[in-house]
Design a protein around this ligand. Sequence first.
Ligand code: KIV
Length: 271
Amino acid sequence: MSVQSNVRRVTTNTLQEMKNRGEKISMLTAYDYSMARIVDEAGIDVMLVGDSASNVMAGHETTLPITLDQMIYHASSVVRAAKRSLVVVDMPFGSYQGNSKEALNSAIRIMKETGGHAVKMEGGEEIVESIKRILTAGIPVMGHLGLTPQSIYKFGTYQVRAREGEEADRLLRDAELLDQSGVFAIVLEKIPAKLASEVAKRVQVPVIGIGAGADVDGQVLVVHDMLGITQEFSPRFLRRYASIGETMHHAVAQYVADVKSRDFPNAVEQY
Ligand code: KIV
């Protein structure tokens, strides 16, 4: 019997229980099988197949170009690796903003074709109808407020959102609306820590922050950022846990040198 076969799967209920007893939730992105296996085995609670795949996997400047088919490809690879963690799949730009029927169809495709456990959607009041319709199909939904990268051309910058005034009030209202509409968790991206803390207190469901301070129910980072694979991106909220990009660079450079110098392969590295 493999060690993993009797591991209990994290569910949306598990996350709620964690919030209720004050245990922090850990979440990282994953986009492919090999990385997801490592992340899952290391004990992460939630793997997010983020539309940040558009940036880190495909090299696009924004998350807007990634398609539903591409998200389904990434998500099905991650699901094959996930033995314990809950797999949440981002609904990409253009797959849910049209109307609630389109949103439901996109969510159903994700669930059917990937085996993922939940979907994530960016937005507040304007997507509540779609969230409710998706929930009627029994599909759990995670919300996402604050800096919502699918709206980057509306914001014009990747700076901190909802610093004060009307935008902060609206974020609080949107968080309460999402909570009431039945989402199982809410991601808050790049907003003041004080506001995030207030949201986490006001809503029942777990609040998971990225650049939203410590006083929320869990944290999420993009795995390529925290491992130091993407080296050019270094916002204040990002803690780097490794320098994998540098390690890979040295390894590849050494391999090139060894091939050129005829050091590789040696006598025992052949048949
Ligand atoms: O796509 C993504 O990686 C995300 C996280 C930043 C929360 O939505």
